[in-house]
Structure formats: structure tokens, C-alpha cells
Design a protein. Structure first.
Length: 560
């Protein structure tokens, strides 16, 4: 699939001034300006994230009421139930809040809804569980902002709700004791892009400040928080970047027992980056909820006994292997169902495993770049996941189809939904109509945002050392993408890998100097690079560690 390379532009005057002020070259200054950094002070905060720059948690609407209600529950000896979704953000949130509150109350419990029996969000079954076990306060994390009926149902059973969520609110807001969500229109909290776990952490921070608990005592939860930030693909800016920075430090120094076990299972050695968290730890946590039950993820994240954690980690690894197999098989089936003439994709099978439909939706977009929904069946209802393409508001599109849906929720780029089987055909037509009417041709063309075009001779160890300091990477602060034109392989290019699907090139950079590049899944580009041909590359700068040696390398993203 042909990809468009879009070169990002920055203010040349700002680049000149910043280059002089920081005494760095213009490549580095340009990269900083693209990230909204134009002064020495901003650069200092960027390169030296400081916990002291976290915002006052009491700036968040509803925070005082939430803290007061928790304090009252602990004082009166009420039973408190921590409730969260079955994904990474939900299970890390529950693990964090449960672990924290058990310091002050023995009457704590947690609840993760069953993906297949209850679906995402607050369930009536979960509230019935709370009632039957005498819980009078539910703290929901990463869910609840649209649970108007469910909170009313709980209220009628004399159960109070504190909602910690980061999803887009609907027109009607649940009548909870407190709703913590910086995306509420009347919430003045300065930072709007927290993960669900991040909102929960702000509640812990507020409770701690009110009760004179030093921040160092709650910093132990930053390892859970960085996993949620990475997995939920929230912006790597502001508070998220500060908390992720210190969370990575914790993961690489003294992670909790459960996370350490998952790190070992990932097979990665050495220092963990945000990418290692996203692709090594997060899928294993997710696999529990996809294949068996999300509470298995909570169990390993709150357990401190090393032997018990080892058994739990073995189980989660088995879930993850099963998830990979399902993912591969369902993706192959779904690819055959795509209608090439439509601007959206909605595919369905009664045989598909509900736990992997979100992954499959993302896979389909990789090969057919358009808004995609993958559905599976349970009890005459179809439930599934939706994924979008850059710039297209999926949540708004589903909102326009709301009359055909039983429920839905999510973000601009990812959502979950439930539709009756009898409404499927009507929904497919309506969704295609909405998408066709609003999506642009540019949004249907895959794009790589390029930070800068540079001469390949500028790819040096010194430049890479500075770029490493831009980490942790994520949305709004991704790993810099470069383009170099007219490069040439010096004759050592070849297809590599067990199935020869990858491309390895040795590129000339300057006189008598070369740099190795690797393009995963790019073996079909080999003919464009051999026989002394010139070609253009889009890439990131990386390093390769092999047999105890570390060398600079280029990681190809595209080639023309």
C-alpha cells in the first residue's frame, strides 16, 4: 500500500533562536520546535521531567467530594468495591487503587466484568454482585462516564458511585457522588489527556495530600501507570510524559513482582523502553481478559509472593500464545470479507473469538486503510471493536448510528459497540453512509509524518544520543521520522529472516563509511535497491545489539 510522506514544517526563526540558545544543531532544534518547545525553559522541562510539575489534583472537578466520600467509607467501616474494565488501562487502574486503599481498610474488594458475559463498562451484574456482598461504595476506573442507567440502578440499592474515567462524556452524566474526568466540559483541570489509570492516580494523590502521606509512598504505583499510558495510546505530553518517565525508571530499577515476571516472559533483556512496555508487557496483561478473565491480570499485578506470581505468569503466557494463534487465523478470514469498493469495513462471524476482534480490526487497517469494525456473536447480539484512520472521528460516526446500536463507547480512534443481529444490515449501510459522507480522500491514504529531510551523513551516534533523550515516546512525541533521498546500497543488500520477509541493506553514508538498515516485512522492496540504484528512504534511527556489541542502525519505515 503506497504511503504518503508528509514533511512537518517549523518556524525557521524559532529554530535559529533555539539552536543558538541551547547550543545544539538545527536538526535537534527543529525536532524540539515541532514538539512545541521554543525556549530554554521549555527544553529544560522536556529533557528533565520533574514530578513537582504535576498539577494539583484538587483542580479536577469532583475531587474533594471523592476524597471526602472515601474517607467517610473508611471511617464508618463500609465495604468498598474497586471496579474496572478488562483491558490494560482498567486492570492496572484496579490493581493500583485496590493496593492503595487496602492500606487503610480491610473491607476492600475488586471486580472486573467478564468480557463475554457482561461486556465493557459498568454492568448490572456487577452492581448485583456489590449488593449481594454488602458493598456500599463502588469506585469505577476507566469506565462509567456513560453508565447513567447503571448508576441509577445502584443508587436504588443504596450503593454510591465514584467514577474515574477519561472517555468522552455523553450528553447525560451519571448521578454519581463524584465524577472525575478532565474531559467534562465544566472541568478546569489543566491536562485533559490522562489515561483511566492516570485519573485514578490523581485521586490517590489527592487522598494522600489530604492525609499527609508523602508522594514517595505513592510513587510505587508509577510502574502500573506507565503500562496504562503506553497501552492506551494517550498523548505522551504534559503529565503523561512526566509520569511515564518516572514509571520507566521504576520498571527498570524495582518493578512490582508481577510486572517483573511479565518482563521476563517477554524475553526482552536490558533496559525497557516504552515500546518494550507496549509490545512486551501490555499484550500479556490484555491476554488474560481476552482469553480467560481480566481478574487474572489483577491477581498477578497485586500479588507479592514470588512463587504464586510465577504460576500466574505461566498461565498468562499460555493465554498470550493462544491469543496470537486466534489473531492470525481470524485476520486471514476477515481479509477475505473486505469489500474493496466501500469506504468503511464492517465484518462479522459467529465463530470469531470476541477477545481478539480489536487486534484484528487494527490488522485490517494495516492492509486496507479505512474505518474498520470487527464483530463477533453472543446470544443474538453482535459485539466488537472499531478502529479508525488518522483524522477521522470514529466516535462521532458511531454517534450518528446510535439509534441502531444497543450501546457503544470509546475515543476518536477506537471504540467498542454492541448491535442486535437483526440490525446488522441496517447498521452496515448507515455506517458506510456516514463514513462516505464525511471522510476525505486524504484520510483514506496512509501517511507517515516526517519530522525532517536530512542527508544520510548526518545520522551519527551523537545525533542518536540526543534523540534518545526525547524519550519516552508516544503520540504527540513519537520517535522522530527522517527522510533521506538518493541513497545507495553498497552491494550487501539481501532478504533476511527465517521466511526471508525482511530487508537488510548496507548504505553508503560518507566516504568509506556505511550504516546498516533493517526493514521488517519489506523484502518486496529489494528490487528497488539492488544494482547500484538510487532510492529514497523514510526511517527512524536506532541501535542494534548483537553478540555483546552495539552499533548504530537505521530502521526503515518505507522506501521509494
Amino acid at each position: 500500500m503506497e504511503k504518503k510522506w508528509t514533511l512537518q514544517k517549523s518556524d525557521e526563526n524559532l529554530v535559529e533562536n533555539l539552536s543558538a540558545e541551547l547550543k545544539v544543531n538545527k536538526i535537534v532544534a527543529h525536532l524540539l520546535v515541532l514538539r512545541g518547545i521554543s525556549t530554554y525553559e521549555q527544553a529544560e522541562k522536556f529533557f528533565r521531567p520533574d514530578i513537582k510539575d504535576l498539577h494539583d489534583p484538587f483542580l479536577m472537578k469532583g475531587m474533594k467530594d471523592a476524597v471526602d466520600r472515601i474517607e467517610l467509607a473508611i471511617k464508618k467501616g463500609e465495604k468498598i468495591l474497586v471496579y474496572g474494565d478488562y483491558d490494560v488501562d482498567g486492570t492496572t487502574s484496579v490493581s493500583m487503587m485496590y493496593s492503595f486503599l487496602t492500606r487503610f481498610s480491610e473491607k476492600m474488594g475488586y471486580y472486573i466484568p467478564d468480557r463475554y458475559d457482561e461486556g465493557y463498562g459498568i454492568s448490572l451484574k456487577g452492581i448485583d454482585y456489590a449488593q449481594s456482598h454488602d458493598y456500599s461504595l463502588i469506585i469505577s476506573l476507566d469506565c462509567g462516564i456513560r453508565a447513567v442507567k447503571q448508576v441509577e440502578y445502584a443508587s436504588n440499592k443504596n450503593i454510591d458511585f465514584i467514577i474515574c474515567d477519561h472517555h468522552t462524556p455523553g450528553l447525560n452524566i451519571p448521578r454519581a457522588i463524584s465524577i472525575l474526568n478532565p474531559k467534562q466540559l465544566d472541568c478546569d483541570y489543566p491536562y485533559k489527556e490522562l489515561s483511566g489509570c492516570g485519573v485514578g492516580f490523581k485521586l490517590i494523590q489527592a487522598y494522600s495530600e489530604k492525609n499527609n502521606i508523602d508522594f514517595t509512598e505513592i510513587a510505587e504505583y508509577l510502574d502500573l501507570l506507565v503500562v496504562s499510558i503506553g497501552a492506551d495510546i494517550v498523548e505522551m505530553t504534559g503529565e503523561n510524559r512526566i509520569m511515564a518517565y518516572y514509571g520507566l525508571k521504576l520498571i527498570n530499577s524495582s518493578p512490582r513482582t508481577g510486572i517483573k515476571a511479565l518482563m521476563i516472559k517477554s524475553g526482552k533483556t536490558g533496559t525497557f523502553s516504552i515500546s518494550d512496555v507496549v509490545f512486551g508487557i501490555a499484550p500479556r496483561i490484555n491476554a488474560a481478559g481476552r482469553i480467560e478473565h481480566g481478574k487474572r491480570a489483577v491477581e498477578i499485578l497485586i500479588e507479592e509472593d514470588t512463587e504464586k506470581v510465577k504460576i500466574l505468569a505461566d498461565g498468562i503466557e499460555n493465554y498470550n500464545l493462544h491469543r496470537k494463534e486466534l489473531d492470525k487465523n481470524i485476520t486471514e478470514e476477515a481479509l477475505d470479507m473486505i469489500d474493496q469498493n466501500k469506504k468503511s469495513t464492517v465484518v462479522f462471524s459467529a465463530d470469531w473469538h470476541k477477545g481478539v476482534v480489536g487486534i484484528v480490526a487494527s490488522r485490517l487497517i494495516e492492509s486496507h486503510y479505512k474505518p474498520t469494525i470487527v464483530l463477533s456473536e453472543k446470544d443474538d447480539e453482535l459485539t466488537g471493536s472499531a478502529r479508525s484512520v488518522k483524522g477521522f472521528d470514529l466516535y462521532n460516526a458511531l454517534l450518528q448510528c446510535e439509534h441502531l446500536l444497543e450501546k457503544f463507547g470509546g475515543h476518536k480512534y477506537a471504540a467498542g459497540l454492541t448491535v442486535k443481529k437483526s440490525n446488522l444490515d441496517a447498521f452496515i449501510k448507515e455506517f458506510e453512509k456516514v463514513v462516505s459522507k464525511s471522510i476525505t480522500s486524504d484520510q483514506l491514504e496512509p501517511e507517515i509524518e516526517v519530522d525532517m529531510e536530512i542527508d544520510i551523513k548526518n545520522v551519527t551516534p551523537k545525533l542518536y544520543r540526543i534523540i534518545k533523550q526525547f524519550a519516552p515516546f508516544g503520540p504527540k512525541n513519537r520517535t522522530p521520522n527522517f527522510v533521506s533521498k538518493g541513497v545507495q546500497d553498497c552491494g550487501y543488500g539481501k532478504k533476511v529472516g527465517s521466511d526471508k520477509s525482511h530487508l537488510r541493506l548496507v548504505l553508503n553514508t560518507a566516504e568509506d563509511q556505511t550504516i546498516t538498515s533493517i526493514g521488517f516485512g519489506m523484502a518486496d522492496c529489494f528490487e528497488k535497491t539492488n544494482e547500484n540504484k538510487n532510492f529514497d528512504i523514510c526511517y527512524t534511527i536506532d541501535e542494534n545489539k548483537w553478540q555483546g556489541k552495539t552499533s548504530l542502525q537505521i530502521k526503515l519505515k518505507d522506501l521509494k
